[in-house]
Design a binder for this molecule. Structure first.
Ligand code: DAH
Length: 343
């Protein structure tokens, strides 16, 4: 009878394991036949009632089944796992030779990059970064900068006036006066931002552009200090040793005033199309602050002297990134902007 049961169990195990299609079913079969309360264990309990010889024979057979079941379970689960893996490979197939999906990285505007870099350079030399309003009074934009109402220099910086007499600032030099008013000398300040002029637009002029203004006021400041700071700033920005020269230049708020040129980096001063064959590139205006300007800022010119400088950041960005027309810089065309990534 027990022998009969044993054989039927072997057969039913056989058919169940063949039909199994997933790992859960295999687990159930394992518990059903080999578990502590499983069919094989049950059968073993019944052995007690048999005589010795039968016990040996059936015990042997049962043990044989046990190892056979274990082997078959192991083999079948391996097989099912392989089938599952193959199906997964088929469903989640990826062509690793395809180009990766391109993510669109944003970047800062070239002028913002130049501005950030300049602010960083000057901050590292002890300069404070100040801000000033775009809408200014005539006083801050002209008078305090030693440009009285009927001075011809006002013509060179024609701008947009509001009905109340205020105007869109034409230069960031306004920040010199605001800086001196709010700080005590000695002081080192820079100010950056948009300026506006009534310009005829072409490849190098726009009615809105960006300037950086700087000023240092202390005892015994000389042209040597001015040259030192300008050279250091340009060498940092262009990441190479830059040669500069000063030419006389007229700006009402400085005396003496200079135009600062930089040796063309493309031809090393030999002359090329970028520098119009002169070897030098006009970069910024600068000079020793006029006593009237110091006075307007509340600084005593008999105790203190200073230098100041101002330059266009658009121009610098154009040179730094090889851009030949100023207009796309202010045009908002993203295809153009994407060419410039943060460096
Ligand atoms: N504000 C001048 C301009 O817009 C540039 C300038 C020249 C600024 C000489 C200065 C300076 O501080 O000393 O053309």
């Amino acid at each position: 009878m027990i022998k009969q049961n044993l054989n039927t169990m072997g057969q039913s195990f056989q058919s169940e394991i063949e039909k199994a299609t997933n790992i859960d079913e295999i687990d159930n079969i394992k518990v059903k036949y080999l578990g502590k309360k499983g069919k094989l264990a049950d059968l073993m309990k019944q052995l007690k009632s048999l005589d010795k010889e039968e016990k040996i024979e059936i015990g042997k057979q049962a043990n044989l089944f046990k190892t056979q079941f274990q082997d078959q379970i192991k083999e079948k689960s391996k097989q099912l796992k392989r089938v599952k893996f193959d199906q997964q490979m088929e469903n989640e197939w990826v062509d690793i030779t395809l180009d990766p999906i391109k993510t669109q990285m944003g970047s800062l505007h070239p002028i913002t990059m130049v501005q950030n870099k300049l602010e960083y350079i000057f901050e590292s030399m002890g300069f404070q970064v100040l801000d000033g309003p775009h809408i200014e009074s005539e006083y801050y934009n002209f008078e305090a900068l030693n440009i009285p109402t009927h001075h011809p220099a006002r013509d060179m910086q024609d701008t947009f006036y509001f009905e109340d007499g205020n105007l869109l600032r034409t230069q960031t030099s306004t920040i010199q006066i605001r800086g001196m008013e709010s700080l005590e000398p000695p002081l080192r300040i820079i100010g950056t931002g948009k300026v506006f002029r009534c310009e005829r637009t072409d490849a190098s002029h726009d009615s809105c552009f960006h300037q950086l203004e700087g000023m240092m006021v202390d005892k015994n400041i000389s042209v040597a200090h001015l040259i030192h700071f300008m050279k250091t700033m340009l060498s940092e920005i262009f990441e190479s040793d830059v040669k500069v020269r000063l030419r006389p230049g007229y700006f009402p708020f400085v005396e003496p005033g200079f135009e600062l040129d930089m040796a063309c980096l493309l031809c090393q001063g030999k002359g090329c199309s970028v520098c119009s064959r002169v070897g030098w590139i006009e970069l910024l205006g600068c000079g020793m602050t006029h006593p009237n300007v110091l006075k307007a800022g509340g600084v005593d010119p008999s105790k203190y002297s200073g230098f100041a400088f101002g330059m266009g950041m658009d121009r610098l960005a154009m040179m730094r990134y090889g851009i030949t027309d100023i207009r796309p810089l202010h045009g908002g065309n993203l295809n153009f902007m994407r060419r410039f990534t943060l460096k």
